[in-house]
Design a protein around this ligand. Structure first.
Ligand code: DC
Length: 229
């Protein structure tokens, strides 16, 4: 059986992975996996169920039986629900990010979510956004992109997003959070944030998103993935 092709898009928070992954999935008409959302929902489910992020056995049980659903709203926004309850907003807060990064460092939690992520690989293809998509979850993917940007640039992007939402935030605090999260995601023992050996590395610090997308599409065409399946 020919497996559906996968494009993996890995990299640190705020590098533009989500934007590029959505653009690729929309252009190709492929499925989309937001693996970070699975870790975010796991962290949120712990808060809902009264489980501490430090209780590895209990967090793993939550991940194993995670009742999560993704549905597209009429606006095109993806709504994320845990046990039928909409948690889309909560999982995107700074606390949601901390919870995700904390539970994502637990090896058994990653193991528990592995098969669930692979189930997203369906025809005609999948764009998978995360940290270890190219190294662990889909090591055989025909195109792997590692998208990065400087910590300062990522903090500034996040700052602008939050200010636009009317939230009061401090840029130095955001930069500190990003650096802390990068360190935690890159130094963990299991599936650390590193580019796959065969990944194409794109730095978006000074490159507009449209150009990053064009570079990615160039690789898609070179590898014949636009004609896949
Ligand atoms: O992509 P994101 O910001 O939604 O991810 C939230 C956290 O989940 C991030 O700190 C790292 C973790 N994560 C991970 O460890 N592996 C993935 N494949 C995706 C996210």
């Amino acid at each position: 059986m020919v497996e559906a092709p996968v494009i993996t898009v890995d990299g640190p928070s705020g590098a533009g992975k989500g934007t590029i992954s959505h653009m690729l999935a929309d252009t190709l008409g492929w499925h989309f996996l937001d693996s970070g959302a699975l870790y975010r929902v796991t962290g949120q489910a712990c808060l809902i169920e009264g489980v501490s992020w430090g209780d590895h056995a209990a967090v793993t049980e939550i991940a194993r039986h995670l009742d999560v659903s993704f549905t597209a709203a009429a606006s095109g926004e993806i709504l994320v629900a845990y046990k039928g309850r909409d948690v889309s907003r909560e999982i995107r807060t700074e606390e949601g990010g901390r919870g995700a990064s904390t539970v994502a460092a637990i090896p058994m939690v990653r193991e528990a979510l592995l098969e669930r992520q692979r189930e997203f690989r369906q025809p005609p293809g999948l764009v998978a956004d995360g940290r270890d998509m190219g190294t662990v979850v889909f090591p055989g993917a025909p195109l792997k992109i590692f998208l990065t940007a400087s910590a300062r640039e990522r903090a500034e992007r996040r700052y602008k997003q939050l200010i636009a939402k009317g939230e009061s935030v401090s840029l130095p605090r955001l930069l500190e959070d990003i650096e802390e999260r990068d360190a935690r995601d890159s130094s963990r023992e299991v599936a650390p944030l590193v580019p796959a050996e065969d990944a194409i590395i794109i730095d978006s610090t000074a490159t507009p998103i449209a150009d990053v997308f064009e570079q990615a599409m160039q690789k898609v065409r070179e590898r014949g993935l636009n004609k896949a399946l």
